[in-house]
Design a binder for this molecule. Structure first.
Ligand SMILES: NC(=O)c1ccc[n+]([C@@H]2O[C@H](COP(=O)([O-])OP(=O)(O)OC[C@H]3O[C@@H](n4cnc5c(N)ncnc54)[C@H](OP(=O)(O)O)[C@@H]3O)[C@@H](O)[C@H]2O)c1
Length: 336
């Protein structure tokens, strides 16, 4: 931002991707920011979130959130600091959470912002373990699956943002945790840092064989981040009355993949499969933070993130998020 000129950089959707997104689908633009009106603040983003669900919003068509418009700035969760203020409740230096990611500066009415306490945890943790990502893992385990001590749970995408928190929370609940990931480094992270009971590389071994080996008595719960072949393998491995939490289906976000061939097992094994969207559960935030902040401060939870420097790196980071591999571990954020 040039002082006096009030300009900001933003990433826009240049065109709708067909299949896997590429750099041409994005453009970096500079825009003039308006003068502050009463009740408004100017925020400098420090971090913004890069999320798989954004891929769906790049397509045309109706979903649970409106599609991104071509030629307009993308958005998503962001953490920043107030640098100019015309609202008494948000003085300069206040750390705030917003949905105005994918830009470096923005002007917004203060009522659209939520103050965060950056003394309690690193600011970026409010995008990961203390943000919607952590809440997704927490709601999926507690409210959708109702996990209980002693149960065996399989978590696909275990080394990712939601998955890495789900693995840790399930361990804290006293579950036996099996987790998968798409690289040797991620499998080592699951074993050595998250201390899951069994971790495997779903690209180099057969998920069905792995689940049979790791859970010979079957799974009580499957926390699904991927759908595709891992969902099919989990269906075979479920115990009677098992619960499947449908959190994400990333294997088909760029290009749809066929559904599982063994859906009849839902009947035969009397399974319950339930999808959820975290924004329907925001009322759980106070209870969630009441548990997570002390656990994080006590060192019982690890906040694993990959921070990529520079707003212009965001499109490449997003493209790599939808691929398997070592590009990131835990929550992916852009450090602005
Ligand atoms: N229901 C909700 O409200 C909600 C909220 C947030 C997120 N989600 C969903 O939860 C899932 C995880 O999101 P996240 O933010 O935590 O992302 P993430 O797991 O940090 O990143 C995505 C990961 O997906 C894996 N992946 C990519 N292509 C894959 C494929 N073809 N098959 C299997 N895995 C693949 C990659 O890990 P590997 O290298 O290990 O393959 C990649 O790192 C996503 O499906 C997302 O849409 C749902």
């Amino acid at each position: 931002m040039a002082i006096g000129k009030l300009q900001a950089k933003e990433i826009r959707l240049a065109s709708r991707p067909q299949g896997e997104p590429s750099a041409e689908n994005f453009e970096l633009a500079t825009v003039d920011l308006p003068e502050l009106q009463p009740g408004q603040v100017l925020v400098r983003n420090a971090f913004f979130s890069v999320d798989p669900y954004m891929r769906g919003r790049m397509n045309e068509g109706k979903s649970y959130v409106p599609p991104f418009a071509v030629g307009k700035v993308l958005d998503g969760a962001a953490i920043g600091q107030v640098v100019q203020s015309r609202d008494a409740g948000f003085p300069v230096s206040t750390w705030v959470q917003s949905l105005c990611g994918w830009r470096d500066y923005f002007v917004a009415p203060a009522e659209q912002l939520r103050e965060i306490d950056a003394n309690l945890a690193p600011a970026s943790a409010y995008l990961g373990v203390l943000g919607a990502t952590g809440l997704t893992a927490w709601v999926g385990l507690n409210d959708i699956a109702s996990v209980k001590e002693g149960e065996t749970i399989f978590i696909s995408g275990g080394a990712g943002a939601v998955g890495s928190i789900a693995c840790q929370l399930a361990k804290l609940r006293g579950c036996r945790v099996i987790a998968s990931a798409g690289s040797a480094a991620k499998v080592a992270f699951l074993r050595n840092q998250l201390k899951v009971d069994h971790a495997f590389n779903y690209r180099e071994s057969d998920p069905m064989e792995q689940l049979q080996k790791a859970a010979p008595d079957g799974l009580h719960v499957y926390f699904d981040n991927t759908a595709g072949p891992q969902l099919e393998a989990a269906l075979y491995a479920m115990r009677n009355h098992g619960r499947i939490v449908m959190c994400g289906a990333i294997s088909g976000y760029n290009t749809p993949v066929p559904g599982p061939r063994n859906m009849a097992l839902i009947i035969i094994r009397r399974l319950r499969m339930e999808g959820f969207i975290v924004v329907d559960h925001l009322h759980r935030m106070p209870t969630f933070l009441g548990e997570m902040i002390p656990a994080l401060r006590a060192g019982k939870l690890l906040h694993q993130e990959t921070a990529i420097q520079g707003i212009e790196q965001a499109p490449g980071a997003f493209i790599s998020l939808l691929r398997s591999g070592d590009a990131h571990m835990g929550k992916l954020v852009i450090r602005v």
